[in-house]
Design a protein around this ligand. Structure first.
Ligand code: ATP
Ligand code: MG
Length: 189
């Protein structure tokens, strides 16, 4: 079959094929969820796909915010506050920021401007009841076919796991934190 890749899209006999976008979840207590999503974004950018990453509960200076300035295909938008959110003790601002982040992500999905939309730490926002899982499931069920969705964060809710096409659990076997090694620049942030 005369198949070629043009601008990251598969073209068969002169016609662009719409790829079906799947729903992926990276969850679990082990390290590697957000960085797996960033790795996927890096790979996709190399195929000229356009990627939006919306980060929930993360108004902080992460290394990826600096790298993506060098990669025009990737956009990252951060939401939340600098303060750590404790489960069951969220403040009004935390709810507002989670709503804003979800709105940004869903608008990105619907805009036609992105091939992949990553909702980084959305699972945590759901676990902390900052957003309702029903609302997220409803949106994902009706999402445009061709947009790939990645959702990261510990404690993915059962409803999302059920709906997803791919679920990976990062299981903690060892983490340097257990030895008292604190987060390192360029590795953890
Ligand atoms: P990363 O961003 O490094 O891919 P992650 O997304 O899997 O990690 P989160 O659950 O989002 O991890 O955790 C937030 C921060 O805590 C990150 O800086 C991460 O490196 C660190 N971390 C991840 N797993 C553990 C762990 N098991 N113990 C302590 N700290 C951890
Ligand atoms: Mg993370």
């Amino acid at each position: 079959m005369a198949e070629e890749i043009v601008d990251g899209k598969i073209k068969v006999r002169g016609v662009f094929m719409k790829e079906k976008g799947l729903i992926q979840i990276y969850t679990g207590n082990g390290k590697g969820k957000t960085t797996a999503a960033l790795g996927l974004a890096l790979r996709a950018a190399g195929r000229d796909k356009r990627i939006l990453m919306v980060q929930f509960m993360k108004k902080w200076d992460y290394g990826e915010l600096h790298s993506i300035k060098k990669i025009p295909q990737i956009t990252i938008k951060t939401f939340g506050t600098k303060d750590f959110v404790h489960k069951g003790k969220a403040k009004e601002i935390d709810y507002q920021e989670a709503e804003k982040a979800f709105k940004e992500g869903t608008e990105g999905v619907l805009s036609g401007k992105y091939d992949i939309v990553i909702f980084d730490e959305l699972n945590v926002a759901l676990d902390f009841d900052l957003l309702k899982a029903d609302e997220v499931v409803k949106f994902l069920k009706d999402k445009p076919e061709d947009v790939e969705i990645i959702i990261t964060g510990r404690n993915a809710p059962a409803e999302l796991i059920e709906l997803a096409d791919l679920v990976t659990e990062m299981r903690e076997i060892k983490h340097p934190f257990q030895k008292g090694i604190e987060a390192r620049i360029g590795i953890e942030y």
